[in-house]
Design a protein around this ligand. Structure first.
Ligand code: DAH
Length: 341
């Protein structure tokens, strides 16, 4: 029996040391220590031993069991450690592999200009208003003192949405003057940027949809000097502190007097070049003192209050600022164009 136990011990320790996986180790545990295992089988023979030999063999059998258990435990730890090392090895990160390039978008150049302009007006105490693109002819024309026979009212110029010519896609942001005064009353100081629509063929300088920024200031004692001072300050913020401006008489139904504002061409200094089409001046906005009839249409007494209004084209501003030669580029969403800004 002694030889049997010795044989079991050395065979068990050998095979345990040779295992490569936890499952093999478990199989060996069953093989040697299980209920039907080899050591158990030997212990079952104990009854046939003499009284002197029994405790000696019993002790030896316990030693073998303890040795096998210890061997299994330590081999189990070794295998776990090896498995961890193999896993770490397999998961090695090669930090020298180039990363995946992430394309990050950015603001459209026109919105860059719009945000800049909003900032300028916010700093001057203006509020920003949003208004409907589907507008009533009343607001787009009538309350803005536009005569019934004005050419802008023609179906050939304006997108009407009904047979009676009552509803339309606004042709200008000016109806926001009316909405602002009706909603908030006076005094008021606001700008309102947004989309406008006209029946224009698409070309390098025209689009049936474009953007304007409307402005309105109404209070007691507002004069043409306020109009000039405000617009000069804004223009110099946008185009630089030395920009020369010119206020040229013009006609708009909703302002009196009305003007267009030009800046001296920054490219040629007023001599005339392709940028200013030989004029020396570039038109940047329309403006004027709010017509007394418009104030009255909004329930405001023109004897007590006066104001000025202005409107500018956003695309034209962006084209000037970023030297964009063709209006279509602004709307085409061509990534090769947009990624230049
Ligand atoms: N609404 C005019 C246009 O589309 C621009 C304009 C001119 C707006 C003079 C104004 C203004 O507020 O006072 O041509």
């Amino acid at each position: 029996m002694k030889e049997q136990l010795e044989a079991i011990r050395s065979a068990a320790l050998d095979s345990i040391a040779g295992t490569k996986a936890a499952a093999d180790l478990e199989a060996l545990r069953v093989k040697y220590l299980g209920k039907k295992g080899e050591l158990t089988a030997v212990l079952k023979q104990m009854g046939s031993l003499s009284a002197e030999l029994r405790p000696v063999m019993g002790q030896m059998a316990n030693d073998v069991r303890a040795a096998v258990e210890t061997a299994i435990e330590s081999q189990s730890a070794i295998l776990a450690q090896k498995a961890l090392e193999a896993k770490l090895e397999a998961e090695t990160v090669d930090v020298t592999i180039p990363g995946k390039h992430q394309e990050v978008g950015h603001k459209h150049p026109m919105y860059t200009v719009l945000d800049e302009i909003k900032e300028i007006f916010l700093n001057m105490g203006f509020e920003i208003m949003d208004g409907p693109e589907i507008e009533q002819a009343d607001y787009n024309f009538t309350k803005l003192n536009t005569p019934d026979d004005h050419p802008a009212r023609e179906w050939s110029d304006t997108f009407y949405l009904d047979e009676e010519s009552k509803t339309l896609l606004r042709t200008q942001t000016s109806p926001m003057q009316i909405r602002a005064m009706e909603t908030y009353g006076v005094p008021i100081r606001m700008i309102s940027p947004g989309r406008v629509y006209r029946k224009d063929e698409v070309d390098a300088t025209h689009s049936p949809m474009f953007h304007q920024i409307e402005g309105l200031v109404v209070d007691k004692g507002i004069t043409m000097a306020d109009l000039k001072g405000t617009l000069n300050a804004v223009i110099r913020e946008i185009y630089g502190p030395n920009t020369v401006t010119r206020f040229r008489p013009h006609h708009f139904p909703f302002t009196e007097p009305s003007c267009e504002v030009d800046i001296q061409c920054h490219k040629c200094g007023g001599v005339g070049c392709p940028t200013c089409k030989g004029e020396g001046w570039i038109e940047v906005l329309g403006a004027g003192m709010v017509h007394p009839k418009v104030l009255r249409n909004c329930g405001i007494d023109p004897e007590e209050y006066s104001g000025f209004a202005f409107g500018m084209g956003l695309e034209r501003l962006a084209m000037g600022q970023f030297k964009i030669s063709d209006l279509r580029l602004i709307f085409e969403n061509d990534i090769r164009f947009l990624s230049q800004f």
